[in-house]
Design a protein around this ligand. Sequence first.
Ligand code: SF4
Length: 345
Amino acid sequence: MQNFFELTLHQLENAIGAIGNEKFRARQLYKWIYNKGVFDFHEMTNISKSLRLIFKDMFCTDPPEIKDILRSNDGTIKFGITASDGRTMESVLIPEKGRNTLCLSSQIGCRMGCKFCVTGKIGFVRNLTSAEIIGQIMAVKRYLGEQKITNIVFMGMGEPVDNLDTLLHTLEIMKNPLGLDFSHRRITVSSVGLLEGLRTLEPKVAGLAISLNAADDGKRTYLMPINRLYPIRDIIGFVREFRGSKRVRITFEYVLIKGFNDSLDDAQQLAQLLTGVKCKINLIPFNESPYVEFKTPDTKAVNQFHDYLLQRHFTAIVRDSRGQDIGAACGQLGARYLGTVQEIS
Ligand code: SF4
C-alpha cells in the first residue's frame, strides 16, 4: 500500500492510470483529502463504491498520529507526531492575528551542529520523507478542524536544504492548487546557508531565512561549524547575486547571545556587513535550555542592538520567543531525544 502523502498529483495520476482508471480521479482524491480534509474513502461520494474500495486497498490516507501536545501560555502549540519508524517529529503551531503558521521539521536531529541549538546536540539521525513532512501538516490540519493553517515555515528540527530532493518534492505537493494550495508567498525555508541547495531552491519559494548570527567568520564558525564551508562573504555574495530577481524575501536570522554577539560593536559590524544588501533582520534573543551553555541577553543589550540597526535604516525586528515555556521556541526543539536516548538508537 502506498502512502498517499508521498505522491505529487502527477504521480497519483500515473498510479491511477496504471490500473486503467481515468486521471481525473487523482484530482478528485487530491481535493477530498487535501482540500476538504476527508480521509475516509467511504465519504468520497462522487467516486463509485467499487472504485473507493480499490483506492482503499491502494493508498494509505491516515495522517500520522499525534502522540503528545504541549500548549504554551502564549497560544503556541507543540505537537509530537509519530514518524514512520516510531520516532517523533516535532511541529509547532504559532497562532497570530489573522494567521496560523505551522513550523515543520525536515529531519530527525541535524548534522549542522549549531552550538546554540538543542537539535544540533542530537546529531543527525535521518532525513524525513515527503510523506512524513506532509503528514505533519495533515495531522495538525485534522486536529484543527475548521481552523486553517495559513503559512508554513521550515524552521523545526533539521536543516531543510540538507534534505533538498525531499524538500523540492514536498514543496510540489504543498503548492498544488487542487490540494493544500500553499502559494510560494506563504512558505519560508530557513537555512544555515547551504548555497548550492539554495540556488536550486530559490525559484520555488518566496521566503528564505538565512541563519547568520555573527558578522565575523571567527564567531560564526564557533557557533556554526558549517561556516568553514560557507563563509560569510559567500553568503552575502549569494544574496546580492540573486536579489536581482526581486522575487525572494531574504531575512537574516541573528540569535542574540549574552556576552557573545550582542554588543554595540557586534551591531556595528553587522550593519557594515549588510550595508547595501536588501534584507530584513530578525533578532532573536537566545532561548535558554539546560542542554546549551549560552545565556539570554539583557533587554538593555537587545534594545541597544536593535536601535542601532534602526538608526542605520535597516528593517530589523526583535522576534517574540513564542512557546518558550513548552520548549517550542527557536533552538529548543528535540530535547526529548536528549532525555530518551533509546528513541534514536
Ligand atoms: S539551528 Fe537548524 S541547522 Fe543549526 S543545528 Fe539547529 S536545526 Fe540544525
